[in-house]
Ligand binder design. Structure first.
Ligand SMILES: [Mg+2]
Ligand SMILES: [Zn+2]
Length: 193
């Protein structure tokens, strides 16, 4: 039974390559395909009391590849196949040097910067020690590590094996082959805490 007095805890989830398949820039809901086992994983985390917070770089907005309306339609589909279990979706629309709009600017939210995470920590009154992050690219983990948030990699096109982890970003994180393994990892980390 959930303890109503327990401190909140959260799992930060990258979008592309974690919740849905990595396909490059996604500009239409039709291109958004759920990762195998996503609903089961999200249900398992919800059952354990985690907030589920998405943190996603979406420089396609700065680049003019899609609009905020397009993104809203994409996220409507995302929320649906995620069983309406996502508590929030944080997005960085910027890019430091691509595009032709006011969104082309350096910002503190684009991963590997930690702005989306610090915003979410404030919004949800979370301690980094009670958060975990799942990403599929080095920049996801760099953002988490800078705040002391434990993080692991979902293996995919961006990081197909542990050997591909950049040497300058040692130590090598835990690599997870699928979402079932991700749930096992979060269970293990919480058990050890
Ligand atoms: Mg990704
Ligand atoms: Zn940004």
């Amino acid at each position: 039974m959930a303890d109503p007095f327990a401190l909140p805890k959260a799992i930060f989830l990258d979008r592309d390559g974690v919740l849905n398949k990595e396909r490059g820039f996604i500009s239409d809901p039709d291109q958004l395909e759920p990762t195998e086992g996503i609903l089961e994983a999200l249900r398992a985390w919800k059952k354990r009391g985690f907030l589920l917070l998405v943190v996603s770089n979406q420089s396609g907005l700065a680049r003019g590849l899609y609009s905020f309306d397009d993104l809203q339609a994409i996220h409507a589909k995302l929320r649906k196949f995620c069983g309406r279990l996502l508590d929030a979706i944080y997005v960085c629309p910027h890019h430091p040097d691509q595009g032709n709009s006011p969104l082309k600017r350096p910002c503190p939210c684009r991963k590997p910067s930690s702005g989306m995470l610090t915003q979410a920590l404030r919004d949800w009154r979370l301690s980094p020690a009670r958060c975990l992050l799942l990403g599929d690219a080095p920049r996801d983990l760099v953002a988490a590590r800078s705040l002391g948030i434990q993080a692991a990699v979902m293996m995919g096109p961006k990081l197909a094996s542990p050997e591909q982890w950049p040497v300058d970003l040692a130590p090598q994180p835990k690599f997870l082959p699928n979402l079932k393994a991700a749930v096992d990892w979060t269970d293990k980390v919480m058990e050890d805490a």
